[in-house]
Design a protein around this ligand. Structure first.
Ligand SMILES: [Zn+2]
Length: 93
């Protein structure tokens, strides 16, 4: 299957609800650096594939898996190995 098919994925806003369960800040506004190509972009720009086991978010530039999120009945599994860092905007402390 061609991963560039725009009917195959949703944008990163699809992560708002599932990640909102883990983080109090709006993570879709966070920016991160891709471990594959070094591109820095907001989470909302990721390509989210929801028909894998859990959610798989890929870099729109190089297709690297940026994050995986699997929700079990009693826990969430968050794999960020495709992310060099994530910057989450917060109100001033
Ligand atoms: Zn990339």
């Amino acid at each position: 299957m061609d991963r560039q098919d725009t009917t195959d994925y949703e944008d990163g806003n699809a992560l708002a609800g599932p990640l909102g369960e883990l983080f109090t800040a709006d993570v879709t506004a966070a920016s991160g650096r891709c471990a594959g190509c070094g591109r820095t972009a907001v989470v909302a720009d990721l390509r989210v594939y929801a028909h894998a086991p859990g959610l798989v978010a890929r870099c729109p530039s190089c297709d690297t898996v940026i994050l995986r999120l699997v929700r079990a009945p009693d826990a969430a599994w968050l794999d960020l190995r495709g992310t060099v860092y994530m910057r989450v905007p917060l109100p001033p402390a």
